[in-house]
Design a protein around this ligand. Sequence first.
Ligand code: IPE
Ligand code: IPE
Ligand code: MG
Length: 245
Amino acid sequence: MNAAPAPRSETEASGQHDGGYTGPARHVAIIMDGNGRWAKKRLLPRAVGHKRGVDAVREVVRAARHMGLEALTLYAFSSENWKRPEDEISDLMGLLRAFIRSDIDEFAANDVRLKIIGNYKVLPADIVAMIEDALARTAHNSRTTLAVALNYGSQQEIARAAAAAAAKGEVTVATIEAELDTADMPPLDLLIRTSGEVRLSNFLLWQAAYAEMWFTDVLWPDFTPGHLREALDHYATRERRYGGR
Ligand code: IPE
Ligand code: IPE
Ligand code: MG
């Protein structure tokens, strides 16, 4: 039998490391879940939970910037969330409009680059226009990338990336990765999900291959910069091995 050494792993080509000491996290992603349950506990309409969720987003983005994260990816609306009742979808779109309107100046002024992952072009036309304006206004910022996942589904992203790689020639880990929505971002270090659910719900399936995971029972509207700090402190204690030893 041919005892050739293991080939240089494809993941090395994809920017992942050999493991060992965990440096500071560069890229954190959050599945912001539990708005509905937060509202239900208080006998409030779900829309109030979503609104308080937006307030939590604002604080967490500020904190990510202050903590020196290079990238923060937030799951705001999945490709499966279209299954929700029309009035809830409409509340969420309204909040998205209001958020872009109220917060884009702060991003622009604080060196935050906005990025969207997922197919946002099918959102209502006025939101698409607002997003494109916000993307253009923050395109040259470089301190922190805020990637918002809108109409995002990871399986769809991977299928599209594989097809794009095939159209250009070779299909490999590296060529697929180069076509993902996250291609220009640092590798995912830490994935957080709030609300006690322990599943990925079609979020960053590829990117999470060697990410650390942090699941908390805290409902998203109650999530504070202190919780982010806690997750990052936990992250700092992890030894990442990437299959090595
Ligand atoms: C997360 O909160 C927000 C979105 C998915 C848009 P949910 O609305 O899923 O809240 P729960 O899971 O019902 O509590
Ligand atoms: C995931 O939460 C999507 C977002 C947070 C935007 P969901 O509430 O949609 O996930 P499931 O349905 O509980 O898996
Ligand atoms: Mg949910």
